[in-house]
Design a protein around this ligand. Structure first.
Ligand SMILES: *Cc1c(COP(=O)(O)O)cnc(C)c1O
Length: 488
């Protein structure tokens, strides 16, 4: 492809994308299609093509088909999981990053990109109130950011050289502490690190789904008595289910007294520390030894972008760096290969950096505060609807369930609760397939609830107020069909 053709194809693709960005709010969030329907619509059943094809047609038809058969998390009524709408400047940033194509593993291979990543990390730290001289690295998402911090904790706090000796280097067991609300990354992390999920101590939560600090202290004391090595406590700043924020200063005190690494999973809530009206605990991220944040959530970076921050930069290097003979990288600039598991690394910092410059910290504070206000408005609209029951509202997550008006007085009854769980699970499916809006679910105090999370700068007041009506309408339809299964 020569420059002339690249220019023509690029312009036409950008035109197609711009039209699509305008069209998204008018279409469905997603279409209810089977995997085989998607395969045939995109012509995905054939073998590897032996001969090439015309690039112009290929790009145009591929874009058209993708726009017709995808789920759009940029839709104003997409409230599922914690997946944000993509910042347009980030979409362009990814294109620019690919065009420069730096290998951000080594400074010498990516002088400008390495410096941009380093500044992006300092800016993210500043935004969330973390020391800007920390170590850090951009990774693919929250899971990887948490893994990186977990491995830094493991290398720093094992009482032996675990990077060399492995777990066989000691007969003592390393144990990690996390509340029952902790995201499932902790299971993958203990598994991948060779510790096994049995090394996780699941700590009880209080009524507000925050880690019960006295339970934490008891469990640590009993592990120490048995000769185990407590090495990390994981606090959560914005839990994935309900947005709960642990009592970070109290947990930090427990960790400091016992020499345990304190990691905070701020994948969802971390950057909200910058916004007005958040819990005080969230503003205390700076007391953690490490923090994971996720720019592809509340910084609206197009997927993928996560960020690990480690207070002691040497501890991060100390968990990952090796110096093989075939690398000739000196130390006058940051070689990101020393700060994480990846070798060749892409320029994912660019899309994050561009957006931070485009809107500034103040712009983010405003957008995040708006998402939280919209979530509160949704909670109020849910409360006003006689068929819905609000369960929780925190940060930008509201959870609620459909309770048919005539069953309200029987809430708490065992059979009715079991029925409501079945009904709301089926309702989730109906909402997701319907395409009018997209929510996900949570289980709170044994109740199956619908969960709407707003990390979406396209969402308006009208969108949040439309949700209760959509949910109640689909709920009533399902209830009419399912009610015979309720045996009372
Ligand atoms: C989203 C999330 C994760 C996982 O992040 P990914 O970017 O999906 O890998 C971890 N912890 C919390 C609290 C999250 O919200």
């Amino acid at each position: 492809m020569d420059a002339e053709q690249f220019r023509a194809l690029g312009h036409s693709l950008v035109d197609q994308i711009a039209s699509q960005l305008e069209a998204v709010p008018r279409g469905p969030v997603t279409r209810d299609e089977s995997p085989s329907a998607v395969r045939s619509a995109l012509d995905l059943n054939g073998g590897l093509p032996q001969e090439g094809t015309d690039a112009a047609t290929l790009l145009t038809t591929t874009a058209t088909r993708l726009f017709e058969h995808s789920l759009f998390n940029g839709h104003p009524r997409f409230f599922g999981y914690i997946t944000s709408s993509p910042a347009p400047i980030g979409i362009l940033g990814d294109l620019l990053a690919s065009a420069v194509n730096p290998n951000v593993g080594a400074w010498i291979l990516s002088p400008a990109a390495s410096e941009i990543e380093a500044q992006t990390i300092r800016w993210i730290a500043e935004l969330v109130g973390y020391p800007t001289d920390c170590g850090g690295i951009l990774v693919s998402g929250g899971n990887m950011a948490n893994f990186v911090c977990f491995l830094a904790a493991r290398a720093a706090r094992a009482a032996w050289d675990i990077r060399r000796e492995g777990l066989a280097g000691s007969h003592r067991q390393l144990v990690a502490y996390a509340s029952a609300e902790t995201h499932t990354w902790i299971q993958k992390a203990t598994d991948l690190a060779g510790l096994g999920t049995a090394s996780i101590r699941w700590i009880q939560t209080d009524d507000e789904l925050r880690m019960d600090v006295s339970d934490l202290e008891r469990r640590i004391a009993s592990d120490v008595a048995e000769g185990h090595v407590p090495f990390v406590v994981i606090g959560t700043a914005g839990s994935v289910s309900t947005g709960a924020v642990d009592r970070l200063p109290e947990i930090a005190r427990v960790c400091r007294d016992r020499g345990i690494w304190f990691h905070v999973d701020g994948a969802y809530g971390g950057v909200a520390a910058a916004a007005p009206g958040v819990p005080d605990d969230l503003r205390r991220l700076s007391i953690a030894d490490s923090v994971a944040v996720d720019p592809h959530k509340w910084l609206y970076a197009p997927i993928e972008a996560g960020c690990a921050l480690v207070r002691d930069s040497a501890a991060l290097r100390g968990a990952f760096s090796y110096h093989p003979a075939y690398y000739h990288f000196d130390d006058h600039g940051t070689n990101f290969v020393d700060y994480g598991p990846q070798n060749t690394r892409g320029f994912r910092a660019l899309k994050v950096w561009l957006a931070l410059k485009q809107v500034g910290a103040e712009g983010y504070r405003r957008m995040i505060a708006e998402d939280m206000a919209l979530s509160r408005a949704m909670a109020e609209a849910v409360t006003r609807n006689p068929d819905l029951e609000l369960q929780t509202q925190a940060l930008s997550i509201a959870t609620f369930r459909f309770v048919p008006a005539d069953l309200r007085s029987s809430v708490g009854d065992k059979d009715v609760e079991a029925y409501l769980n079945r009904l709301n699970e089926a309702l989730l499916d109906a909402i997701q397939r319907g395409g009018e809006a997209f929510v996900s679910n949570a289980v709170v105090a044994g109740r199956y609830v619908l969960r709407a999370c707003i990390v979406n700068f396209h969402t308006t007041q009208d969108d949040v107020e439309a949700i209760p009506e959509i949910v109640a309408r689909l709920g009533r339809e399902l209830d009419a069909r399912m009610r015979p299964t309720l045996s009372v």
